[in-house]
Design a protein around this ligand. Sequence first.
Ligand SMILES: [Zn+2]
Length: 250
Amino acid sequence: MSMPVSIFDTGLRGPCSRRAVLGAGIATGLVGRASLAAPSDPRWVLPRILPHEARRQDLTRAYLAAHLPKDHPHDPQVVHMTPRAIVLHWTGSSSSNGVWNTFASATLSGRPELQGAGALNVGVPFLVERDGICWRLLPDTRICRHVIGLNHCAIGIENTADGPLGGDSRAPLTRAQVDRNSVLVRLLVERYPTIRWLLGHHEYRKMEATPLFAERDPTYRTTKIDPGAAFMRAVRTQVADLHLQSPALL
Ligand SMILES: [Zn+2]
């Protein structure tokens, strides 16, 4: 099956070690703050594609079939979305390799609050490290499990961090992540003009007031604190000209 063309796809495939990718990036000047100066260069998002593609797609179809309301217009057999929203997250940990390894499995493990709602593992298309390095894990519009009620229409961006911007945790969100998330949001909105919402994961319950929210089980909800109000305020300031809607204003 052909994949949608992405402005971020590099043509490279397969998981790679951080050392190997960074080495290639440094050699060609693509990694680090310098690449922030040229966000139009698609190569500033580095490939580190998650494995188990066929199994992940099967489990995604099963998840959609179980969670979308029966009369919902999205066909649960379709694992790509028309994106309407972007949801920002933090990973809750300081290790990007650890996050990648967690996402690498197609099946969920160790999340008792989510286990009853399906075997599909959590995941997102993008992971941004604390120094701003951005990894592609899956195609832009692949439906992933990252936010209850909005997976069928929201692109997720994870940020390696264990606490809020300006916080005193061991590995808080950084200004470099604010910058990269802002550029990524801008590029995604340019590529997919159907995106009209930008929210933090901690704001997702407010989206229940919108027609976008679709979850068959009214008891399947979680309480989230990531990525926090300070991070969202900083990103929204940088992309204010895009006039994206915010659930904070609902
Ligand atoms: Zn989250």
